[in-house]
Design a protein around this ligand. Structure first.
Ligand SMILES: NC(=O)C1=CN([C@@H]2O[C@H](COP(=O)(O)OP(=O)(O)OC[C@H]3O[C@@H](n4cnc5c(N)ncnc54)[C@H](OP(=O)(O)O)[C@@H]3O)[C@@H](O)[C@H]2O)C=CC1
Ligand SMILES: O=C([O-])CC(=O)C(=O)O
Length: 285
């Protein structure tokens, strides 16, 4: 990690005094593997205790270089092994990963945030059992400013996402509407609607729009455009917020991982969150 002026990368004394937080990672793809490797290298106040993947044999192979090997188990076996789970698996698995942790009063960090809209009961489960669902900033930026503005009145939130063609092909919305983008030669607007609609039509692409909407004015009032652009190499998101406290515009250009749908910064966002949990100085909310 980048060395900070205040030495935040050093182990603080109080983190040494507390038992480390036991972290499970559900999903070992572009996001999960990076998190697992960083935890194995050592992250203040956290210890990796279990992982889950679809192909357990392949996962064991992929993890053979870990300094501190951990069990590869079925999703249903994760909860007793950890205090917190990072969900970074296909969206359809969200409830089976998250619910056991919430019922045990534990924390679930959710990357497939779009799937929360079809599983709103998880929030009631968290409330009833003292658990917590955390939606990290992920591939986005500025959710601290959006949640701050939401303490006042937000009038409008608009998001425009532009992605390379390979990051969008196969999305259910394109298939169902017969929209072919493989051979486009210029930018094409393929969707105009809300994050709630995008969560259904683009379940592996627009988690960021749902996260933004949950931070601000919700999945039905936030507006979203999605463009496919053959000239682009990066997943780009531009956001405009109009509120009674401030007007702001934010933009990010995400360098894709091996999974063209997923930006590199996504896993780093989770690592930053985990590091803050036990840090003596916490920057950003
Ligand atoms: N909130 C945000 O900002 C962002 C969210 N995302 C979302 O995060 C999630 C993860 O993304 P990414 O890492 O790129 O996805 P990948 O497709 O790269 O990885 C998915 C992983 O899930 C595993 N998996 C599949 N089925 C099961 C199962 N039954 N049990 C356990 N594990 C399983 C796969 O296992 P195997 O390796 O064996 O196939 C794979 O390791 C996705 O939902 C994605 O849309 C992505 C980017 C940004
Ligand atoms: O929204 C997502 O799930 C991923 C994304 O756009 C990105 O990585 O830029």
């Amino acid at each position: 990690m980048t060395e900070t002026p205040l030495g935040l990368s050093q182990t603080p004394a109080h983190a040494r005094a507390l038992p480390p937080l036991r972290v499970a990672v559900a999903g070992l793809g572009a996001v999960g593997l990076k998190i697992v490797e960083a935890l194995d290298e050592g992250l203040d106040g956290c210890v990796l205790t279990a992982v889950s993947a679809r192909d357990r044999t392949a996962a064991v192979d992929r993890l053979s270089a870990l300094a501190r090997p951990v069990p590869v188990v079925d999703i249903a076996e994760l909860e007793p092994l950890a205090d917190l789970v990072v969900e970074c698996a296909p969206a359809a698995l969200l409830p089976s990963i998250v619910e056991p942790f919430l019922r045990a009063g534990k924390t679930a960090v959710v990357l497939s945030s779009g799937a929360l809209l079809a599983n709103e009961g998880l929030v009631a489960t968290a409330r009833a059992h003292g658990g917590q669902i955390v939606v990290p900033t992920g591939a986005l930026l500025g959710l601290d400013a959006v949640t701050a503005a939401a303490e006042g009145e937000i009038r409008a939130v608009r998001m425009v996402t532009r992605k390379p063609v390979r990051g969008l092909v196969g999305a259910p919305y394109l298939v169902e509407n017969g929209i072919a983008i493989e051979d486009i030669t210029g930018p094409l607007r393929i969707f105009h609607g809300t994050p709630r609609e995008a969560a259904v039509g683009f379940p592996a692409n627009l988690n960021v729009a749902v996260a933004l909407s949950l931070a601000g004015i919700g999945p039905d009032r936030t507006t979203l455009e999605i463009w496919a652009d053959p000239a682009l190499e990066r997943n780009t998101h531009r956001i405009e917020v109009e509120a009674d406290s401030a007007t702001f515009t934010m933009a990010i250009e995400n360098i894709p991982t091996d999974n063209p749908k997923t930006g590199r910064i996504t896993a780093l966002s989770v690592l930053a969150y985990l590091r803050k949990l036990r840090a003596p100085l916490r920057v950003g909310s």
